[in-house]
Design a binder for this molecule. Structure first.
Ligand code: CP
Length: 295
């Protein structure tokens, strides 16, 4: 299978082989290894991105692929062309893989059934963000060696989080223990059967404290009553961070609302892995794009 639509359906072995291949790419001394020289990748972002978009491009270019960058705002989508017609257009021009980010959940699966080019999910509504979770697992594995038995707390806007969903599906395949912590109006009813919701004090006892961005752009009006109140109740403040176990690591997929879900000084703290997560996104996406396009 060359497409990567989500981690729920991916086997533990498949995930492990992507993580191992990312390790291989990270340990290569050469920045450019053109194994995908004759291959064409299209990065199709129908929703904004900084990290995912640029780390896919970095990964593709480091493997020598030819890269086409598509941004919805500068395309015929503005004239009303559909996502399906856009992907079919690029497919008919001869791309070998499409990286795609979409706002509405569920469209990606349908799209993948209709096109023959491999598709890589770069963020699918609130459904899955598999390469983010892969780089998160990679980051955890680098710190702790193995994922089995690891206690991971995912804190914040679970309802809107594709990152929480992909991490949950993947971490459980490895025997990690996932807990959620969220205000009532940011809990995801569809996930309640899979991991417990725990109070903040308990969530902070974990080996990995993963903070999520409050996704204001996906909120119904008034969901976040006050940023200060949210920080007070669910934020990883400097005070709370000072009480974490010394071995606990702090993660966040970013972008970060500094001083809302996490204090600015905590982002830069010694226990934070937020910038290493971004660095790890490149070898992970090299492994994923190699899998999608290798000859
Ligand atoms: N973590 C993440 O997906 O960031 P971007 O939205 O900037 O790609």
């Amino acid at each position: 299978e060359r497409s990567l639509l989500g981690l729920k359906e991916l086997s533990r072995n498949e995930i492990e082989s992507i993580l191992d291949r990312a390790h291989y790419w990270e340990s290569q001394p050469e920045k450019l290894v053109p194994v995908l020289q004759s291959r064409f990748a299209a990065n199709m972002f129908f929703e904004n991105s900084t990290r995912t978009r640029f780390s896919f491009e970095m990964a593709e270019k480091r493997l020598g692929a030819q890269v086409l960058n598509f941004s919805a705002a500068a395309s015929s989508v503005e004239k009303g062309e559909s996502i399906y017609d856009t992907v079919r257009t690029l497919e008919s021009m001869g791309i070998d893989a499409g990286v795609i980010r979409l706002k509405p959940a569920g469209v990606l699966q349908e799209l993948a059934e209709k096109v023959s080019v491999p598709l890589v999910n770069a963020g699918d509504g609130n459904n899955e963000h598999p390469t983010q979770a892969l780089l998160d697992l990679y980051t955890m594995r680098k710190t702790f060696g193995e994922l089995k038995g690891l206690r991971v707390s995912i804190i914040g806007d679970i309802l809107h989080s594709r990152v929480a969903r992909s991490n949950l599906w993947a971490l459980q395949k490895f025997g990690a223990k996932v807990s959620f912590c969220a205000p009532d109006n940011m809990q995801a009813p569809d996930l309640a059967a899979y991991a417990p919701y725990v109070p903040m004090q308990e969530a902070l006892q974990a080996d990995v404290v993963m903070m999520l961005r409050v996704q204001l752009e996906r909120h119904a009006e008034g969901m976040l009553r006050s940023a200060d109140e949210y920080r007070e109740q669910y934020g990883l403040t400097e005070k709370r961070a000072a009480n974490l176990k010394p071995g606990t690591i702090i993660m966040h997929p970013a972008p970060v609302n500094r001083n809302v879900e996490i204090d600015s000084a905590v982002v830069e703290s010694e226990q934070s892995r937020i910038f290493p997560q971004m660095a790890n996104g490149v070898p992970i996406r090299m492994a994923v794009m190699e899998r999608a396009m290798k000859l």
